[in-house]
Design a protein around this ligand. Structure first.
Ligand code: SF4
Length: 302
């Protein structure tokens, strides 16, 4: 794959295309996927950045980027641009202006600094601290405790993901972050043995867009709106059974729509049903073995 950065505004658009190493004047940030077809070149991934005008050929940023590192490289380039590029003049909000100003070599260093950051945000909205030596762990843990960042929580609460929602997102329908808080509060007070739930993923999006990754949640919730007694009222579409595993990922299935205010109680009832079932160690097995009817039963009151 080649990462081709022309006069792009990062990270607005990425474009995947077949390998065309002769054409490096693409005006957008492009990922050129080299699948080795035709045996013309070994299967590999390359990163390219243009430091020149659109008419000029782009230059290599990296000779080789493995597929597993692709998103990290893109993110590091974006952060380098965020910190060192200019957004004052909208006509100059382009990566190439930064590269032209500092030079390709200096830009390479800037982006590599970002690549090597010791803290990374994870897809489950947690932070990953990198390169901590084992003998430093107790001191680090003590410091995090002092900051209130090391409280032990059941995994189901730690893995709960919510998008920004309607409180700040103009596309949002429902208040997804507030729902996440309500779910945490309800489950914490429920008396359920939450540790037995393991790392169950509950994903919440404030609208049908998937910023909260609800189609991948084992329990997915997507903001919706329904008319009740002639008035529009916030609801959530409920999805169950998303599976996340390399080569075996499958999307959750839509099960129905319930009023937003009833979601925390619904989640509590559903998880209680799972814990009482014979398949309490395996969410997928619970959904499969108990069938649609049983899995959906806790929704009946709503
Ligand atoms: S899922 Fe919808 S509400 Fe949430 S951030 Fe995306 S667009 Fe906004």
């Amino acid at each position: 794959m080649a990462l081709f950065v022309g006069k792009c505004i990062l990270p607005r658009r990425l474009r995947n295309s077949s390998p065309d190493y002769s054409n490096r004047t693409s005006p957008k940030l492009s990922l050129l996927v080299d699948d080795g077809a035709g045996g013309q070149r070994p299967r590999q991934e390359l990163a390219i950045v243009s430091g020149k005008l659109a008419a000029a050929a782009a230059e290599f940023l990296e000779e080789f980027v493995p597929a597993s590192q692709r998103h990290l490289v893109v993110e590091a380039i974006k952060r380098a641009f965020d910190q060192h590029g200019s957004r004052k003049d909208r006509h100059k909000v382009r990566l190439r202006f930064l590269v032209e100003r500092v030079g390709l070599e200096a830009f390479r260093e800037l982006y590599r600094e970002q690549l090597d950051q010791p803290v990374r945000a994870t897809q489950s909205q947690n932070l990953a601290l990198r390169w901590v030596r084992e003998d430093e762990l107790p001191a680090l843990h003590a410091r995090l405790l002092r900051l209130g960042l090391a409280d032990s929580q059941p995994l189901v609460l730690q893995h709960l993901v919510a998008c920004t929602g309607a409180s700040t997102c103009r596309l949002g329908i429902c208040l997804s972050r507030e729902l996440a808080t309500a779910i945490v509060s309800t489950l914490s007070r429920s008396g359920l043995d939450l540790d037995r739930l393991g790392p169950l993923r509950v994903n919440i999006s404030g609208c049908p867009n998937s910023c909260g990754r609800h189609p991948l949640g084992q329990v997915g919730l997507a903001g919706a709106v329904r008319r009740v007694n002639g008035r529009l009222a916030p609801h959530y579409t409920v999805l169950l059974g998303g599976h996340l595993e390399e080569g075996k990922t499958s999307l959750a299935a839509v099960k129905g729509t319930i009023p937003a205010g009833t979601v925390p109680a619904f989640i509590e009832r559903l998880l209680a049903a799972w814990l009482q079932s014979d398949q309490r160690h395996d969410w997928s097995a619970f959904l499969e073995a108990q069938g649609e009817q049983f899995a959906w039963e806790p929704l009946a009151p709503y």
